[in-house]
Design a protein around this ligand. Structure first.
Ligand code: ATP
Length: 234
């Protein structure tokens, strides 16, 4: 059975339709990358799945359950976790506190404080530091750790490498590799196609809110994806 089935999902910002009739499915353990130019609707799609942004039409079925009318909190309790663009930590709380407050939002499972810190070892010396005092890469690790504390069945990752140094990006992806070893299903929004190809099983390209291309990573070339990226062949 699929973990996630999205049927004809629409989402708007006022008059602007940011997500247009998106349908896709995800099997347990799959790693899907959403790509597309700025403004293609990737963030809106993730936020709509997480219940932070309202759907304007369509249906999301998660583990056989129709999520229509489910709040963000209810979706988190069912096992959906969003690592938002910009991280959005509690800056005046310590790293440990940021992780601990997330636990109450989620489910029971393999992830708990110790296993999260083990998967994100860069946090170990920083547990008592205020989140606001951390580097960008460390803050991103906290944001990922906070999502893991809810024991997600589906992890939604929005531009985890945005604004980070190459070394910090590498650190974040090393962490994600350890997370994936625990068989978490995920949808990743990533601008860096090289990372996308290295990390995802399947790629979906959005243009102006619509899916314009999709396929298994091993069957696609970067050139093919780039051709769809801006809606024209180069
Ligand atoms: P980016 O890579 O820039 O984050 P994206 O693919 O994630 O792009 P979205 O952020 O989902 O795209 O934006 C989709 C469309 O919705 C864009 O045209 C954007 O300008 C518009 N949009 C996004 N957020 C809002 C908002 N809060 N109010 C109005 N329009 C918005």
């Amino acid at each position: 059975m699929n973990l996630l089935d999205i049927h004809q999902l629409d989402a708007r910002h006022g008059l602007l339709q940011a997500v247009r009739g998106v349908s896709l499915s995800l099997k347990p353990g799959e790693r899907l990358a959403l790509v597309g130019a700025n403004g293609a609707g990737k963030t809106t799609l993730l936020r709509t799945l997480a219940g932070i942004h309202p759907a304007a039409g369509g249906r999301v079925v998660f583990d056989g359950q129709d999520l229509s009318g489910h709040s963000a909190h209810q979706r988190a309790a069912l096992g959906m976790a969003l690592v938002p663009e910009g991280r959005r930590l509690f800056g005046s709380m310590t790293v440990a506190e940021n992780l601990q407050v997330a636990a109450s939002a989620g489910r029971r499972g393999p992830w708990h404080f110790d296993s999260v810190v083990e998967a994100l070892p860069q946090l170990k010396p920083k547990l008592k530091a205020l989140a606001s005092a951390l580097s960008g890469g460390q803050q991103q690790a906290v944001a990922i750790g906070r999502a893991l504390m809810t024991n997600p069945r589906l992890l939604l990752l929005d531009e985890v490498s945005l604004g980070l140094s190459p070394a910090a990006v590498q650190g974040v992806y090393d962490s994600l590799a350890r997370v994936v070893a625990m068989q978490t299903t995920l949808i990743l929004v990533e601008q860096d196609l090289q990372r996308t190809f290295a990390f995802a099983d399947r790629i979906v390209c959005l243009l102006e809110g619509r899916i314009v291309a999709s396929g298994l990573t091993r069957e696609l070339t970067r050139e093919e994806v780039m051709d769809h990226y801006f809606g024209h062949r180069r």
